[in-house]
Design a protein around this ligand. Structure first.
Ligand code: 57M
Length: 358
């Protein structure tokens, strides 16, 4: 919205014309969110400490985690505020997809907030029931996907990486598929968020990758050249992704090992849901499994572990999600975190190759 005001001054000076450009607003969006998160971080942490919003630690986990008891949680509020403010400031208010994506992000954040709040007020690690959490997430994602569906030009065909001519049309089944992507992404980031900076690092790489996807898919000429679907309003999501990367980077400042704050479900569900929605809108939904491969790997480790334990009575990993396996093998926490970040960068690069290899 600020951008509309500034752009209105272009008659006074041509310099104000620069605010028309998505690339410029994306940079401003990232900087705004980053600086807000850096500035507000210590204040939020102090407030959370005052309110005694501290993490309870499960006794059955790696022993090294017991020392983390009482670390302030719900730092996701910092991410959501910084992201929301930057998007409102630098996004084009006339772009419906931008508000739909922000709406689902905040909706997932609200579910996470309720869960965190219940955990803290009851001082144990059980929050919302799994059923209530899942149903709320599905309903919010469904509302977002139906809103997308009602927009002109909504495309129910899948874009399959590496095969430009393979565009299976899911018709009405696209909606449940999209809901699956969004809710799956929310839960996958949530499962990954178990070591300092472990989830936020890959969220940054995925946001930056989708910044590029959003920009190219929203640009008719580049999309035509790359033979990818041209998405109306897709470019504004580049501003959203930039703001998400900025807010996440600002949060990482305080969540870096040893963490001063955890994001809580308010952060992890919201960030995962945001990535899922951006992937759906930009038509890079299938590629999210690659770019967000760290989240997929964490989720698969849980599925395999639970299936193996239930059917054979044996574990595959020392503990699931897989980051606990490496902890119990004796890897130092920062080593696991940085190695997972490196994997996420490799996967982001592989995801980017799908732009050209088709
Ligand atoms: C979230 N949350 C962290 C923090 C964070 C089905 C099952 C596999 C589910 C899974 C689970 O509950 N995962 C969800 C994981 C928790 O962090 C809080 O939760 C928020 C994210 N939702 O923001 O508020 C703990 O993670 C650590 N942490 C950090 N740094 C951070 O920046 O160190 C988090 C953020 C924090 C802190 O210790 O307290 C969590 O792990 O609880 N369940 C599990 O992960 C459990 N696994 C398990 O039971 N595995 C079984 C199989 C058969 C299912 C097995 O392998 O035998 C483990 N969780 C824990 N302890 N805590 C078991 C041991």
């Amino acid at each position: 919205m600020i951008y509309k005001l500034l752009y209105a001054f272009q008659d006074l000076s041509g310099a104000f014309n620069v605010f028309r450009y998505i690339t410029f607003r994306a940079v401003l969006g990232m900087l705004t969110a980053l600086l807000l998160a850096l500035f507000l971080g210590p204040r939020l942490i102090a407030a959370l400490q005052r309110l005694r919003v501290g993490q309870s630690i499960r006794g059955d986990g790696p022993q090294s985690h017991l020392a983390k008891a009482g670390t302030p949680t719900m730092g996701g509020l910092l991410i959501l505020f910084s992201l929301g403010a930057a998007v409102v400031a630098w996004g084009d208010p006339a772009t419906p997809v931008l508000w739909i994506v922000l709406g689902v992000t905040l909706g997932f954040g609200a579910v996470g907030f309720t869960d965190d709040y219940l955990k803290i007020s009851k001082r144990n690690s059980k929050g919302l029931s799994a059923r209530a959490k899942f149903t709320s997430l599905v309903l919010i994602a469904l509302a977002g996907c139906v809103a997308l569906w009602s927009l002109p030009g909504f495309d129910t065909r899948l874009a399959v990486p590496f095969f430009k001519d393979l565009r299976p049309d899911l018709g009405p089944f696209y909606i449940p598929f999209a809901v699956f992507v969004v809710v799956g992404a929310g839960n996958a980031v949530n499962l990954t968020d178990g070591l300092d900076g472990l989830a936020i690092g890959p969220v940054i790489t995925a946001s930056l990758t989708y910044l590029i996807f959003a920009y190219v898919s929203g640009h008719a000429r580049i999309a035509g050249y790359l033979q990818i679907p041209n998405v109306i309003g897709g470019g504004e999501l580049a501003v959203f992704c930039a703001a998400m990367a900025g807010a996440a980077l600002g949060f990482l400042w305080y969540n870096a090992y040893p963490a001063q704050v955890f994001m809580g479900d308010v952060g992890s569900l919201a960030l995962g849901g945001a990535l899922g929605m951006v992937a759906v809108v930009t038509k890079f939904e299938v590629v999210l499994a690659v770019v967000g491969g760290v989240f997929v790997m964490e989720t698969l480790s849980v599925i395999l572990q639970v299936a193996s334990f239930k059917t054979r009575g044996k574990r595959i990993f020392r503990m699931a999600p897989i980051h606990h396996h490496f902890e119990l093998k004796g890897w130092a926490e920062p080593k696991i975190i940085v190695r997972f970040w490196i994997v996420s960068i490799i996967l982001a690069l592989v995801g980017l190759t799908t732009l050209k290899l088709r």
